[in-house]
Design a protein around this ligand. Structure first.
Ligand code: MRU
Length: 351
């Protein structure tokens, strides 16, 4: 990808403003953690792994110039502000906890060294994310026949990660192996991640993509036009229930109805082993204006009641497989995911 989603340069954090794509490619530069927090909250950057990387970089920015007891207090404050930005994607909390562990074991360092150590950890999180996505791609590519048409929802691509993507990473890897893969992208109301971001990424790499409105998925599935559905995830519970962008659950129901495999592609950092099942996953509700306005213009009657959950939970029983960097988990997920976590290798029920 020519465009970098997030980058650390000259001790500042750069992000492409995803709110403006595909019309404008604007890079924002943040020098303090509050700016990074606001960028996550307002969706300048979005996607579970990408906001984890952003939060880690935000911590490094926030601790710059701090040492000793001041650094302790500062860390708590910075982590609290970053953690409060978006509740559903567990990658954010995961990245903050990783930064906390590094901080705890280096708190005796002087301010300069502490800053460099935290910055290096944030950069490692970003590098590891790209490596994980490439491994997810490589495992997932084997699931696709050729030719294949993949239906996806939201954006689980390079823009949602530090690079390469999870669901779109599988498509990239399959194409790199010479498979003929095309994409059908749900537009993904109300933020339009599919129509704006997935379509933009695919066009940039000349991967054939067709955008449909969310309510057209049943029609393309019934027509037999889809080989499989592949989506990303914001948090996967220990039993395999999957929280992802609102509109994912109906796709899974439709896929089952039409006998089409429903795959979830996500790194292990998205699996919350402390979360027993989907009922325990916090679901973010976003501003009513995402629904009452369309590109700044009001589209609903003034004062109408709005419900705007940003994510839904797909029950594990509708998920055909979960593609991770360590292999492919198949049901029953509680055992398969736990095995991937501890084995550090491919699960015994991996394909
Ligand atoms: O609200 P968003 O755009 O942050 O939601 C993003 C998604 O739901 C993605 O599918 C998910 O984070 C996986 S990204 C690899």
């Amino acid at each position: 990808m020519a465009v970098k989603t997030i980058e650390w340069r000259d001790d500042s954090v750069r992000m492409i403003d995803q709110r403006l794509l595909p019309q404008r490619e604007v890079v924002r530069i943040y020098k303090d953690y509050r700016g990074v927090a606001e960028a996550i909250r307002s969706m300048v950057i979005r996607g579970a792994p990408a906001i984890g990387v952003a939060a880690a970089m935000g911590v490094a920015l926030g601790l710059r110039g701090y040492s000793g007891a001041r650094a302790e207090r500062r860390f708590d404050q910075v982590a609290r502000v970053l953690r409060a930005t978006r509740p559903t994607a567990v990658n954010l909390a995961w990245a903050l906890e990783r930064m906390q562990r590094v901080f705890a074991s280096h708190r005796e360092l002087d301010a300069d060294r502490l800053f460099r150590r935290l910055r290096n950890e944030a950069l490692a999180i970003a590098r590891e994310d790209v490596a994980a996505n490439r491994a997810i791609g490589s495992h997932g590519a084997g699931l696709l026949e050729s030719p294949a048409t993949v239906l996806t929802h939201c954006n689980a691509g390079a823009l949602a990660t530090a690079g390469y993507g999870t669901a779109l990473g599988v498509i990239r890897a399959a194409r790199a192996r010479g498979k003929k893969v095309r994409v059908v992208a749900d537009e993904t109301r109300p933020f339009l991640q599919g129509a704006r971001l997935t379509a933009w990424e695919m066009r940039k790499e000349r991967i054939p993509v067709t955008v449909i409105a969310d309510n057209m998925a049943a029609t393309v599935l019934r027509a037999g036009a889809i080989s499989c559905v592949i989506v990303g995830a914001d948090r996967i519970a220990a039993n395999g229930d999957v929280a992802n962008k609102i509109g994912t659950y109906p796709l899974a129901v439709l896929a089952q109805r039409h006998n089409v495999p429903f795959f979830v592609a996500a790194p292990l950092s998205t699996i919350d082993f402390d979360c027993a099942d989907g009922a325990a996953i916090p679901i973010e509700e976003r501003s009513p204006t995402e629904l009452t306005r369309f590109f700044g213009k009001p589209i609903t009657p003034e004062g109408v009641e709005i419900f705007n959950p940003a994510f839904d939970v797909t029950p594990a029983e509708l998920v055909s497989a979960i593609i991770t960097e360590r292999g492919i988990a198949r049901p029953p997920y509680r055992d398969a995911l736990a095995q991937l976590r501890t084995a550090g290798g491919v699960a015994t029920n991996a394909v």
